[in-house]
Design a protein around this ligand. Structure first.
Ligand code: SF4
Length: 396
């Protein structure tokens, strides 16, 4: 029998993996029109300096904490995703915001900046595996399933910053709020004042850690909605009984840390303080000494006594930088194997130089544009978060 080879329909993910073409629908792809400098180009640093200087105030470069040092060196400001989006909005003089981070962060910057500012993501393949685990059509299906179970009306959606603009917009339209890793507790408390249940998107770990550790709910109060199963793999009875419906998403970087990692490091370095990000699994967070956002991790270690030992459970670029900035402390990476956030690492010096030189030549490349309706409703969800009481309402 002679078979016919049928080429599979390319998906956005396949496009990314193949390293070719672009997908205008999702803004994903890896095409870089023009000449992308070679990574071995010895002049890259000089070219980046020259392009940035020539653009002057027309460009403002944002660098997320998880970016490589070679990129951070050119950032006008560094921080977490929300701080960076706010910083973009605080610089209306900048015609171009070059966001060295991942796709959902650039979308947030576009939502918060004025219409005449253009947000650039130097490599469109810089997505976020967690954000990509929740697609808008899947979330709409989930809401329909909750409706069939008779609980959608009493459910309030909360979405983590690490989600697409479409999902932030969905959340705004359905009476919910965005949250960061620092204000997830207040967001969830607020949600329970508005309704009886919370749909937490897209990070099941942050949702579970918040519900159980901060709000005192039990693990049995939480159910996990799997978007790849009919009705999320839940019965209507399970949906009715749950207080928190957790989306089955996670961060591939923070998911690497296990309870055994904590046990091992405590055995190797007696007295060490284990500090982890709340995107880590509940079992890991339960074993840690301190849990907090990237900003909290940085601040805690900076304020510690010289000689203190820390094992850090977050992305490796940041851990390396903290170690460089705190030579008087012992800093250990919590995992035994090296794992960077591969999508954050897509932004490298060649892509930054290419983006800056393109702007200088009058070509706006890799612009991230959120449509007006999505922008409006995302802003509603973001504004609800900003209205939450508390000093750290705007930290990630
Ligand atoms: S570290 Fe995790 S949550 Fe952050 S961008 Fe990478 S995959 Fe996404």
């Amino acid at each position: 029998m002679t078979g016919t080879f049928v080429e599979p329909t390319p998906t956005p993910l396949a496009l990314l993996l193949l390293g070719q073409k672009a997908d205008p629908e999702s803004e994903r792809g890896v095409e870089c029109p023009g000449d992308l400098p070679a990574p071995s180009d010895p002049d890259l640093v000089n070219r980046a300096r020259a392009a940035k200087a020539a653009l002057g105030d027309r460009v403002f470069i944002l660098g997320h904490h998880y970016q490589r040092n070679e990129v951070i060196e050119f950032a006008d400001v560094t921080g977490d995703s929300f701080k960076l989006a706010q910083q973009a909005a605080a610089h209306p003089e900048a015609e171009f915001i070059v966001f060295c981070g991942v796709h959902f962060m650039a979308e947030s910057a576009d939502i918060l900046t004025s219409a005449d500012q253009q947000v650039i993501l130097p490599d469109l393949a810089a997505g976020c595996s967690m954000a990509d685990m929740a697609e808008i059509n899947q979330v709409e299906d989930c809401w329909a399933a909750l409706d069939r179970a008779g609980v959608a009306e009493v459910t309030v959606p909360i979405t983590y910053m690490n989600s697409s603009a479409a999902i932030k917009s969905f959340t705004g339209k359905h009476g919910g709020s965005v949250c960061t890793s620092s204000n997830a507790e207040r967001s969830m408390e607020w949600a329970f004042e508005q309704g009886e249940k919370v749909l937490f998107l897209p990070d099941q770990h942050l949702g579970r850690n918040t519900a159980v550790r901060d709000l005192g709910l039990s693990l049995d109060d939480c159910v996990v909605y799997n978007p790849n199963k009919p009705d999320g793999g839940l019965t209507h009875e399970q949906m009715r009984a749950a207080r928190v419906i957790l989306w089955k998403g996670h961060c591939s970087v923070h998911g690497r840390f296990t309870p055994e990692c904590v046990d091992d490091v405590r055995e190797q370095v007696p007295g060490i303080t284990v500090i982890v990000h709340p995107e880590c699994a509940y079992e890991v967070v339960e074993k840690a000494d301190i849990v907090g956002s990237t900003e909290k991790i940085i601040a805690t270690i900076a304020a510690a006594e010289p000689g203190t030992s820390f094992a850090i459970g977050t992305e490796l670029n940041l851990v390396k930088r903290i170690a460089q900035q705190n030579p008087d402390k012992q800093i250990v990476y919590l995992d035994k194997t090296v794992c960077f956030c591969s999508t954050m690492n897509r932004i490298d010096l060649p892509h930054l130089v290419w983006a800056l030189e393109s702007l200088l030549a009058g070509n706006v490349v890799n612009q991230i544009v959120v449509d007006d309706d999505t922008k409006e409703w995302s802003k509603v969800a973001l504004d609800r978060m900003l209205a939450l009481p508390g000093p750290s309402a705007a930290r990630d």
